[in-house]
Design a protein around this ligand. Structure first.
Ligand code: ADP
Ligand code: MG
Length: 484
């Protein structure tokens, strides 16, 4: 047995002030930054960060890393089976016509017009919390579209390492051993996924071999630097150029060759369409945004993600996979890591007409304090927590309930870390969420994996009194790991 983590460093108020100055200038000098609300393009702020690394059990971190490839295999299998996924998507469309329904409709339209490219790239992030009751990591969700903070994760790790190396956590000495503070190589990890996809395209499909990765973005993106770090790595390490276009401008800015179905932006052939957008309904108030999704799907460019990969990230799919018989179909018992994979699942219930749903209804009304209710949405701010669940369910028609899942709450440890946001410190304690990036380049028709690669890690923390953890949304911050 090893002992628990050491305490957070103890600093007097002068040392803490100095630490904040050092962290701020290191962060600004090295790109640990984000645009403020209502920004001008030349002004950036220090991203919200913790001032110390947060303790996390090493063995659970290693387990999460080991599960990176298997989770991609699982979701790759779901996508390439197609039939099951499409049935679920069709069913969900009834309860969520505005979003899941539209994505499904886009897929059907694209399928009608002809899906030109079977090779697909999934850059995913599996999110976990360490649960203090079971003493294991539990999966919060599996993200298959526009996973963020791979860039800033590396920067915050380096910032904490700098503070440690400078003797600012313990006067004149290192407080943490070098090996206790892993630096996430996630900007390179995601760039590698995109770079490999571009290389594959160049070798098999390209006309020019000098193709670009097209970042499809949101207007006024506050988290632009996080994305830029991936672009810079892509150019530096893989010699692949990238360009950016807003989702709603995609159809007017790009051209498709009718014969070859190759996609072009200006004079550049696009090998990979990489969405850092398109995951929330508010982005589609312009019909051109939906058209973009259909158009992209009918081109030769490799999509990251394809509509099917995006649909596989639905919270409903996560719920269904907690059923061992369903999991068997896509990840058989005989597969390695099956037990570990399942050990990360929380209890998640449907709210449809099934027997399980009867139990769930009872739980939701009698013990809402143990649950979170989730719709089929991404990007934060959509879930209903604890005591708010019964009132919410009563406020919508029962026929809509099947669009939601009921998930048992994970109980992460409360840590005495301090959050720094807009120059202010918040010391009420934090809880953390570990993200594990992975990239899967695969054939959606055969399920064959071309490349399945671990892509680095992320720790996000939030003030413990807040239910949600979105960094850009103002709930949380980026953090780094102290492994014990
Ligand atoms: P989104 O797609 O909006 O990111 P998530 O499922 O990740 O939705 O939930 C948002 C946040 O809510 C998480 O980052 C986490 O802080 C909290 N959360 C979600 N599910 C749970 C859970 N089962 N237990 C505890 N906290 C949770
Ligand atoms: Mg999330």
């Amino acid at each position: 047995m090893h002992s628990g983590p050491k305490e957070f460093p103890t600093l007097n108020s002068k040392e803490k002030d100095n630490l904040v100055d050092e962290l701020t200038q290191y962060g600004l000098a090295n790109g640990l930054i984000m645009y403020p609300e209502g920004f001008k393009s030349f002004e950036a702020d220090l991203a919200p960060v913790t001032i110390f690394p947060t303790p996390f059990p090493r063995s659970e971190f290693e387990k999460a890393k080991a599960l990176a490839n298997p989770f991609s295999t699982l979701y790759g299998n779901i996508v390439s089976e197609k039939k099951w996924l499409l049935n679920i998507a069709e069913e969900l469309s009834k309860f969520d016509p505005g979003f899941t329904g539209k994505l499904y409709e886009c897929y059907k339209k694209a399928k009608n017009e002809g899906i030109a490219q079977n090779v697909s790239l999934a850059l995913t992030r599996s999110d976990y919390m360490f649960d203090t009751i079971t003493k294991e990591i539990k999966q919060v969700e599996y993200n298959t579209v526009s996973v963020s903070f791979a860039g800033l994760s590396n920067k915050v790790g380096l910032a904490h390492k700098y503070l440690n190396d400078s003797g600012l956590y313990k006067y004149g000495k290192r407080y943490y051993d070098e090996a206790e503070l892993p630096i996430s190589e996630s900007p390179d990890g995601l760039a590698e996924g995109l770079g490999e996809a571009a290389r594959y395209y160049n070798n098999h499909f390209a006309d020019s071999k000098n193709t670009i990765v097209l970042f499809v973005i949101q207007p006024s993106e506050r988290n632009a630097f996080d994305q830029r770090l991936i672009e810079y790595s892509l150019l530096r390490k893989f010699d692949v150029r990238s360009k950016r276009v807003e989702l709603a401008k995609f159809t007017t800015r790009t051209k498709v060759d009718k014969e070859s179905r190759r996609l072009y932006l200006d004079n550049d052939e696009v090998s990979v369409v990489y969405y850092r957008s398109g995951y929330s309904p508010s982005e589609y108030n312009n019909e051109a945004a939906w058209d973009a999704r259909v158009l992209a799907e009918t081109t030769m460019a490799i999509k990251c993600p394809s509509l099917l990969v995006q649909l596989s990230g639905a919270k409903k799919i996560q719920q269904l996979l907690t059923n061992p018989q369903i999991l068997d179909q896509f990840y058989p018992l005989s597969s390695s890591y099956r037990k570990e994979l399942e050990s990360t699942f929380c209890k998640i219930y449907p709210l449809d007409g099934s027997d399980k749903a009867q139990t769930a209804r009872k739980l939701a009304f009698e013990h809402p304090e143990n649950y979170v209710l989730k719709p089929q949405r991404e990007g934060g701010g959509n879930n209903i927590y604890k005591e708010a669940i019964p009132g919410f369910l009563n406020s919508i028609p029962e026929s809509q309930w099947a669009g939601y899942i009921l998930m048992e709450l994970i109980h992460p440890p409360l840590e005495k870390n301090v959050l720094l946001r807009n120059g202010k410190l918040f010391s009420d304690g934090i809880v953390s969420e570990l993200g594990i990036y992975n990239s899967l380049l695969f054939d959606e028709n055969t399920g064959m994996a071309i490349k399945n690669t671990y892509g680095g890690h992320l720790l996000r923390s939030k003030i413990s009194t807040s239910n949600e953890g979105g960094v850009a949304a103002g709930y949380g911050c980026v953090d780094s790991l102290y492994l014990y």
